[in-house]
Design a protein around this ligand. Structure first.
Ligand SMILES: Cc1cc2nc3c(=O)[nH]c(=O)nc-3n(C[C@H](O)[C@H](O)[C@H](O)COP(=O)(O)OP(=O)(O)OC[C@H]3O[C@@H](n4cnc5c(N)ncnc54)[C@H](O)[C@@H]3O)c2cc1C
Length: 393
């Protein structure tokens, strides 16, 4: 943990407001306490397709919701570039605990980062206050058959259409949505009531059932100027748009590592841990997860510390996506073959985590991401060995 993060923890910024014991007041211990709770509730949340109420409560009570905010706004600064490593650890930890919670936290941190980057001071302060007051945020960018549009009218800005695949729908009251406009794509920070305009009935996936991913009909909503964040086109501005993909990769990594841990534990319990084929599978899993960790960290570090090298930052994150996906698919195959039928039986957590991971691995345009990274490598005049700083820091 960096010096500033340690100081923030010592100052007890974003500390619990419901009188929890002193020993869980440092960030690391609050993070662990939250992760342990998520892991404990994950099976029940999946069964019921809900974000578990105790997790929602702890999200605020343990200061997790406020953690991405800069220290001056009551957080511990996880979105600050100097804290990229702490954010990486946090996303990985939540991914291991429950991939659905990891998804929600990733969106929450991303929205905070976008408003911090492109919004005015007043807009950011308002969001920070709302978060301190118990609100959650997230980025809802996906459009369906009726894509969200916004147009200026006499009394402000009128929305027409809606969003699909919106995680935390019904729970998130300050979503950051993308909307088409005459001037280009806009970002709008909404103020919704819990459950408002939400439809979760279409979310019938294999995994990630407890991510409350739904559709939201925003037609007829009128918003003021102060809700529009940044300039047209900011959302997809590079390198942060594609470069930020490292964050969901870190969550995926946590899920894959959790699977390896469950597999290792079950091999030991069944006294199958000396079998040469199982040993080979363990080696495959450990090296696959380790490789992904290397690439994701390199992409996170590059974006945080050298974002002026925009094309390189994007290419590295795109490659990290490919490595993470391949690694997770290899881990899932090895774990499912190695644990056998038990990996497909409820309530073995391997069954749920593999379902969640295989669903959450589906991210936009993976082929395009790899093709763009390949074009960067082809256009680069230098040697391949000097292309990335994978082992730095
Ligand atoms: C659990 C979960 C939660 C989510 N939450 C959110 C959220 O809160 N906010 C949000 O905005 N989104 C969210 N999403 C949606 C996510 O960001 C992606 O939009 C979605 O996962 C894309 O998946 P896809 O496989 O359909 O992607 P696609 O991009 O459609 O890819 C599917 C396949 O088609 C290929 N392909 C893509 N385009 C073309 C083309 N033009 N021609 C040929 N082939 C093509 C791809 O390379 C890939 O092989 C969530 C998704 C999941 C799984």
């Amino acid at each position: 943990m960096s010096a500033s993060l340690i100081q923030a923890s010592r100052r007890n910024v974003g500390a619990p407001r419901i009188g929890l014991p002193d020993e869980i007041n440092s960030w690391q211990s609050r993070l662990s306490a939250f992760a342990a709770l998520c892991e404990k509730r994950a099976g029940e949340a999946d069964e019921q397709s809900i974000v578990h109420p105790s997790v929602v409560e702890a999200f605020h009570a343990l200061g997790v919701a406020a953690a991405p905010l800069p220290t001056g706004f009551g957080g511990i600064g996880l979105i600050e570039t100097s804290e990229w490593s702490a954010l990486f650890d946090t996303l990985r930890t939540f991914g291991a605990a429950d991939l659905s919670v990891g998804r929600l936290f990733e969106g929450h941190a991303n929205a905070i980062d976008l408003v911090h980057r492109y919004g005015t001071d007043a807009q950011f302060k308002k969001l920070a206050n709302a978060i301190q007051g118990g609100a959650l945020t997230g980025v809802w960018g996906a459009d369906g058959a009726n894509p969200l549009q916004v147009r200026q009218v006499a009394k402000g800005w009128l929305l027409e259409g809606g969003k699909i695949l919106a995680s935390g729908a019904g729970l998130i009251t300050r979503p950051l949505v993308t909307a088409g406009s005459e001037a280009g794509q806009r970002l709008i920070l909404l103020d919704l009531k819990p459950g408002e305009r939400t439809d979760l009935s279409g979310w019938t996936p294999l995994g990630m059932r407890s991510s409350a991913t739904g559709s939201v009909d925003l037609s007829g909503l009128l918003v003021s100027d102060s809700r529009l964040i940044g300039r047209p086109g900011d959302f997809m501005r590079q390198p942060h748009f594609s470069g930020g993909a490292w964050r969901f990769c870190a969550v995926h990594l946590g899920g894959a590592e959790h699977l390896v841990e469950l597999y290792r534990e079950q091999l030991r319990q069944r006294q199958r841990d000396n079998d040469p084929y199982q040993l080979q599978r363990i080696a495959t899993c450990v090296s696959a997860a380790g490789s992904a960790a290397y690439w994701i960290k390199a992409a996170a570090r590059q974006l945080a510390l050298r974002s002026e090298e925009a094309e390189k930052s994007v290419a590295l994150s795109n490659l990290a996506r490919g490595v993470t996906e391949r690694s997770a698919l290899d881990v899932m195959e090895a774990v499912q073959r190695g644990a056998g039928l038990s990996a497909f039986m409820r309530a073995n957590p391997i069954e749920r985590v593999a379902r969640d991971l295989s669903t959450y691995l589906r991210q936009p345009v993976p082929d395009l991401a790899m093709a763009e990274a390949a074009r960067f490598a082809l256009a680069d005049a230098g040697s391949i060995k000097d292309m990335w700083d994978l082992d730095e820091g």
